[in-house]
Design a binder for this molecule. Structure first.
Ligand code: PGA
Length: 253
């Protein structure tokens, strides 16, 4: 049984004081009506400690949006996995399309990050997704299959359940135009089958999320999608009320 996972990706938003107010509000809302989903907030590095402290004693988790896969050393501006671990991060987003496109991250680096995160006991949330032109050419499954294989190639089959995959079509991110729940379910099914076949891994225990213009208005659709175990939320996660509403769509205790 895979517990639903609802993740906030704040991207480059929220100062530390803003994060504190947000977390207090989110905590209150989810204390009133606790969700059955596991809830994770991934703030910028500068607000991780604030979020961690605000969530102490609750089921809410803090994660990060990125890290550099070397243990330590001369990497000006970078943050290591042990730094995230020391701040109690349980999850880290890896290979978001904004990092691939704006910061030139390659599948090679992303694969390295997945491996290093797992070795350090932090769950990587690996983002994969196709562009609109790849989609119109009918290449979605091929592209996603390739991304999964290159980014997961360092793992042993038994490590697959320790990865979360987030299917985020690039054209759906921040566009207000989400994929359909049917698309997400189809892709999740494809990803499980392909990894099962090629890596012979236990993909039934692996969680697959959908991300891209998820809102309180369309969440019911995704929450009901077969084989889709949760969502990665950008824009709508910046408002605690909206994010709590999204988390509650997975059922309340
Ligand atoms: P969005 O972003 O919800 O604003 O579309 C999702 C993401 O980039 O993870």
């Amino acid at each position: 049984m895979r517990q639903p996972l609802v993740v906030a990706n704040w991207k480059m938003n929220m100062t530390s004081p803003e994060a504190k107010d947000y977390c207090q509000r989110l905590r209150e809302l989810l204390q009133e009506t606790p969700t059955l989903a596991e809830v994770v907030v991934c703030p910028p590095f500068t607000a991780i400690e604030t979020v961690r402290n605000a969530f102490l004693g609750s089921d809410l988790q803090v994660g990060a949006q990125n890290f550099y896969p070397a243990p330590k050393g001369a990497y000006t501006g970078e943050v290591s996995i042990s730094m995230l671990k020391a701040l109690d991060c349980r999850y880290v987003i890896v290979g978001h399309s904004e990092r691939r496109l704006r910061f030139g991250e390659t599948a090679e680096t992303i694969g390295e990050k997945v491996k290093v995160a797992i070795e350090n006991g932090i769950t990587p949330i690996l983002c994969v997704g196709e562009t609109m032109s790849e989609r119109s050419l009918g290449m979605t499954e091929k592209v996603i299959g390739q991304q999964l294989l290159t980014c997961l190639k360092h793992l042993q089959p038994e490590q697959l359940p320790q990865v979360v995959v987030a299917y985020e079509p690039l054209w759906a991110i921040g566009s207000g135009r989400s994929a359909t729940a049917k698309d997400a379910a189809q892709l999740a099914k494809y990803a499980r089958q392909r990894l099962q076949r090629l890596m012979n891994g236990n993909t039934e225990a692996m969680r697959i999320l959908y991300g891209g213009s998820v809102t309180p208005e369309n969440i019911q659709e995704f929450a009901a999608a077969e084989g889709v175990d949760g969502v990665l939320v950008g824009g709508a996660s910046l408002n605690a009320d909206k994010f709590a509403a999204i988390a509650r769509a997975y059922g309340v205790k």
